[in-house]
Design a protein around this ligand. Structure first.
Ligand code: CTP
Ligand code: MG
Length: 192
């Protein structure tokens, strides 16, 4: 019984710490628009580098939103005196980790679009797995080499590994739920 409670707590903790990675995609939908990141440029075969779905406003708005939400979370946990649910005792280190989580998420989203365009999948068209996991991939390829110690301590060590696996299992469900909300709000043309 105690094991199950520990496992559930570990999943909740990882989900909490990864909120700044989960927020940017939804925030980009709200803030997006205007100049595309690839400035409309095409590759030799006529396909766009990223497409009109990746804009500078979305990139900046998504990254900043994730970081701001992360700082609010840290403030909350500090006020509640629960330091285990914050990132790092040092605030500059915290801001840096939040940047990697939030920007990494948007970076992965752009990598996903880059791959989709190479596969001739049109902007907004479905690409299973890629759509659900590109942001996690983007965050991991930045955070693993740059903040390995933090990642290992908080996502892989002991029971936290259960939390990290829980995150991977839950991502498609959260992704689906957010997209349905975006669709119902009229912010997304398709519910995926
Ligand atoms: N968005 C943005 N800038 C970003 C990421 C997202 O402006 N860097 C906005 C766009 O309006 C985009 C919407 O958020 O249409 C949904 O994002 P996403 O599903 O990632 O883009 P898609 O339009 O589906 O394009 P793609 O096929 O390239 O994934
Ligand atoms: Mg999409």
């Amino acid at each position: 019984m105690a094991d199950i409670v520990d496992a559930v707590l570990a999943i909740m903790r990882v989900l909490w710490l990864m909120v700044p990675m989960l927020i940017p995609n939804s925030a980009a939908v709200l803030f997006g628009g205007g100049t595309p990141v690839d400035f409309g440029k095409k590759m030799k075969d006529g396909t766009r580098y990223l497409g009109d779905g990746k804009t500078w406003r979305g990139l900046a708005g998504g990254t900043l939103s994730g970081m701001v939400v992360g700082l609010i979370q840290v403030g909350l946990m500090t006020a509640l005196d629960i330091p285990e649910w914050t990132y790092d005792p040092c605030i500059i280190c915290t801001v840096f980790i939040l940047f990697l989580l939030a920007f990494g998420s948007m970076f992965g989203d752009m990598l996903g679009s880059f791959v989709k365009r190479r596969m001739k999948i049109k902007r907004g068209a479905k690409a299973p797995i890629l759509d659900q996991y590109d942001f996690l991939f983007g965050t991991l390829i930045l955070i693993i080499p740059i903040e390995w110690e933090w990642f290992h301590e908080n996502m892989l060590d002991g029971i936290y590994l259960v939390g990290f696996i829980g995150l991977i299992v839950l991502i498609p469900f959260m992704h689906r739920a957010m997209n349905i909300i975006g669709f119902k709000m009229g912010k997304k043309d398709v519910p995926w």
